[in-house]
Ligand binder design. Structure first.
Ligand code: PLP
Length: 412
């Protein structure tokens, strides 16, 4: 089992006090805190090996290139991909989805086609598809969500047809924490010849994720939500799908050759090998190094342990929050169906008021619609308050959260 008290020693920020109260950080779905090991890896990189990669023969550049490639290899192993060729470093989940939309969708989707998403998506898995549909004329269809926040698989299955070219769904909802049955959706999509893009922003940091077992075509996730630095994320793609795709951005690093053709007076280019074909320009090298340290940290903790710890915290929070009379919890009340994310409201108070009240006691939570407005509309909510847990949160912190929520009820 994971020991959160031991883990907390690696996170200097958790020693901070806010308004003289110990900091309780419960906004991990937005971004996680960083352990010393990640900060040290980045510092070590800049102090010892910094140079541009894949361009020079001198020692620093060789070391830098090796580190950056190792980062791809470690992440491939972490999600059980078939090698680093399938791992593209991007800025985060948002850029990964845009990469698929513009490098694959722009060239493969037409007026007769359909793209399937779900009503529980983060805006980053809705807006790129709606924007591209304005250019290409395809239809975006939405699988429904049940009142308890679970995906309505029947509505998805009924809407998928041979017109569907890609099904895009989140693995774990960033609002309710609901875990979707990706294997089932992949089976349905593949039966109709559609590809599957999974938004793993809230699953890869919290559960063991195996792309081979899930048999998905793309997986997008963000480093900063799994102990890594901001500005680095991953798009996994099946090698045969990536090989068929056009590049996303063009310029240096993503080409093998650029030659001037004297007959046509134009430059001709050929693309670099995977994954570099999709990484134009100087990449976020230190970000890759930091993400590698984060993945190594999580591997040492063990992803099954991460999952079990969060389930324990979620169980406790769901039970204890229900002691508060004015609190409404949205989504499933069974911790086995979800990751450690709980959206709620307090009768008579806006979500921002709830968050500000908690902040005055040192408890950091998210308020708003969490970039998932369609799901809030489905729940007939303008906004919600949201707590989300990670490896360094403790049962004492959950109890303190409930204590302060009870104060809010008194205060009204
Ligand atoms: C489910 C989900 N998808 C996508 C994103 C976007 O991630 P990023 O802002 O790192 O690109 C988030 C961030 O909250 C998320 O929770």
């Amino acid at each position: 089992m994971l020991d959160p008290y031991r883990i907390r020693e690696d996170f200097p920020i958790l020693k901070r006090k806010i308004n003289d109260y110990p900091l309780i950080y419960l906004d991990n779905a937005a971004t996680t805190q960083k352990p010393r090991q990640v900060v040290d890896a980045i510092k070590h990189f800049y102090e010892n090996c910094n140079a541009n990669i894949h361009r020079a023969v001198y020692t620093l550049s060789q070391e830098s290139s090796e580190l950056y490639e190792s980062a791809h290899e470690d992440i491939a192993k972490f999600i059980n991909a078939d090698g680093m060729e399938e791992i593209i470093f991007v800025r985060g989940t948002t850029e990964a989805v845009n990469l698929v939309a513009y490098a694959w969708g722009l060239h493969n989707l037409g007026k007769e086609d359909e793209v399937m998403v779900t009503l529980m998506e983060h805006h980053s898995n809705i807006v790129p598809w709606e924007a591209l549909s304005k250019i290409k004329g395809f239809k975006v269809r939405y699988a429904d969500v049940n009142d308890d926040g679970t995906l309505n698989y029947e509505s998805l299955e009924n809407a998928v047809s041979n017109k569907t070219k890609i099904v895009c769904l989140t693995h774990v909802s960033n609002v309710t924490g609901v875990i979707n049955d990706v294997k089932n959706v992949t089976r349905i999509a593949h039966e109709h010849g559609a590809l599957v893009l999974v938004d793993g922003a809230q699953s890869v940091p919290h559960l063991p994720v195996d792309v081979n077992d899930l048999d998905i075509d793309f997986l997008a996730f963000s480093g900063h939500k799994m102990l890594g630095p901001t500005g680095i994320g991953v798009l996994y793609g099946k090698r045969e799908v990536l090989e068929e795709m056009e590049p996303f951005q063009s310029g240096g690093s993503m080409i093998k050759e650029v030659t001037f053709d004297t007959t046509t007076k134009r430059c001709l280019s050929s693309w670099n090998d995977l994954p570099w074909k999709f990484e134009a320009g100087t990449p976020n090298i230190s970000g890759g190094v930091g993400l590698m340290a984060a993945v190594r940290y999580l591997k040492d903790v063990g992803m099954q342990n991460v999952k079990a710890h969060e389930k324990k915290l979620t169980d406790r929070a769901l039970n204890r929050m229900q002691e508060c009379e004015k609190i409404r919890i949205y989504g499933p009340k069974d911790a086995a169906l979800k990751c450690g994310i709980i959206p709620f409201s307090v009768d008579g108070l806006s979500s921002h008021d709830v968050a500000l009240f908690l902040d005055s006691y040192g408890v950091m939570i998210r308020s708003g619609f969490h970039c998932a407005q369609p799901l809030h509309e489905k729940f007939k909510l303008k906004s919600s308050a949201r707590v989300s847990f990670y490896i360094y949160n403790t049962t004492e912190e959950i109890d303190r959260l409930v204590e302060v929520l009870k104060e809010i009820e008194q205060f009204q």
